[in-house]
Ligand binder design. Structure first.
Ligand code: GUN
Length: 283
C-alpha cells in the first residue's frame, strides 16, 4: 500500500514559512503585490482565483482582482496588463487561463512583463527554464518537485515518465526532472503502446485531464505516482487522472486528488510573487 503524499499539509506548512518571509519583507518596507486578471465566468477559474487570493491574504501578500466580462475586448485586457506592468505596487501579474476564444492567449501572455510573470509563461521565462537559469518556475511543475523533495524522493538516474505535453505542465515538468538528472520520457495522445512506457516509470507524472485514465496495469510495482489531473465527476466530486483506489495498492507513493498537487501549485505562485518583489526591489 502506497504512502499518500499529503500536498495540503505540505503546502500549509510551507505557507507559514512564506508568511514569515513576507513579514520580514514588510519590515523592510516591501509588501509583495499580485494582480489576478479573470476574463469571463468560468466557474472553475473563479474557484481557482478565489483560492489564490485567499492564499495571498493568509500570507500577507496584497492581491488585486481584475474581473472582466466574457465579452471584454482583447485590447482592454492588453491595456490593463500595460497599466499593471507599470504599477509600482504590483510585483506579479497572472491572467487566469483559459481566456475566452476571441482573445489571443499568446498575445496576452507575451504582454506581461517577464519580470512580473509569476506563472513563468512568457517565452523569455520559458527559454530560461530550458537553459536551467531562471527566476520563476511554472507553478504546477515546481509544486511537484517540492513534493518529491518533501518526501525524500530522489530523481537522479530514475526513469521518469510524464504523460501530457502541455506548455503549462508536461513540457516544463519534463525539463525540471531533466535538470535533476532524471531519464525523462514525455508521452501524449499519439504515443504508441502507452502502457508499455508508463510501466517502465520509476516516477510517473500524469497531466492529461482524463478521469481514471491510468489503471493499475499501467504502473510498475513500487512506482511513485503523481496525479496532476483535476476532473469533475458527474456528481460534482473532483478526481484525478489516476485510478487512485487500485493504483495506490501498487505504488510506493501516490498523490490524492484533491489534496495532492493542487495546493502545491498555489504555493509556487506565492513563492514567485515574493521572488518578483525581491527582484524588483533589489533585495
Ligand atoms: N489555468 C489552469 N492552470 C493555470 C495556471 O497555472 N495559471 C494560470 N494563469 N491559469 C491556469
Amino acid at each position: 500500500m502506497a504512502t499518500i503524499i499529503n500536498g495540503k499539509e505540505t503546502a500549509g506548512k510551507k505557507r507559514l514559512e512564506i508568511a514569515a518571509e513576507v513579514k520580514s519583507l514588510k519590515a523592510r518596507g516591501v509588501t509583495p503585490g499580485l494582480a489576478v486578471i479573470l476574463v469571463g465566468n468560468d466557474p472553475a477559474s473563479r474557484t481557482y482565483v478565489n483560492n489564490k487570493e485567499k492564499d495571498c491574504s493568509e500570507c500577507g501578500i496584497v492581491s488585486e482582482e481584475y474581473a472582466l466580462p466574457e465579452d471584454a475586448k482583447e485590447s482592454e485586457v492588453l491595456e490593463l496588463i500595460d497599466r499593471l506592468n507599470a504599477a509600482e505596487h504590483i510585483n506579479g501579474i497572472l491572467v487566469q487561463l483559459p481566456v475566452p476564444k476571441h482573445i489571443s492567449e499568446e498575445k496576452v501572455l507575451r504582454r506581461i512583463s517577464p519580470r512580473k510573470d509569476v506563472d513563468a509563461f512568457h517565452p523569455e521565462n520559458v527559454g530560461k527554464i530550458m537553459l536551467g537559469d531562471y527566476d520563476f518556475l511554472p507553478c504546477t511543475p515546481s509544486g511537484v518537485m517540492d513534493l518529491l523533495d518533501e518526501y525524500g524522493i530522489r530523481v537522479e538516474g530514475k526513469s521518469c515518465v510524464v504523460v501530457g505535453r502541455s506548455n503549462i505542465v508536461g513540457k516544463p515538468q519534463a525539463m525540471l526532472l531533466l535538470h535533476r538528472n532524471g531519464t525523462v520520457t514525455i508521452c501524449h495522445s499519439r504515443t504508441k503502446n502507452l502502457a508499455e512506457v508508463t510501466k517502465g516509470a520509476d516516477i510517473l507524472i500524469v497531466a492529461i485531464g482524463k478521469a481514471d485514465f491510468i489503471k493499475a496495469d499501467m504502473v510498475k510495482d513500487g512506482a511513485v505516482v503523481i496525479d496532476v489531473g483535476m476532473n469533475r465527476r458527474p456528481d460534482g466530486k473532483l478526481t484525478g487522472d489516476v485510478d487512485f483506489a487500485k493504483v495506490s495498492e501498487k505504488a510506493s507513493f501516490i498523490t490524492p486528488v484533491p489534496g495532492g498537487v493542487g495546493p502545491m501549485t498555489r504555493l509556487t505562485l506565492l513563492k514567485n510573487t515574493i521572488k518578483a518583489a525581491r527582484l524588483q526591489k533589489g533585495i
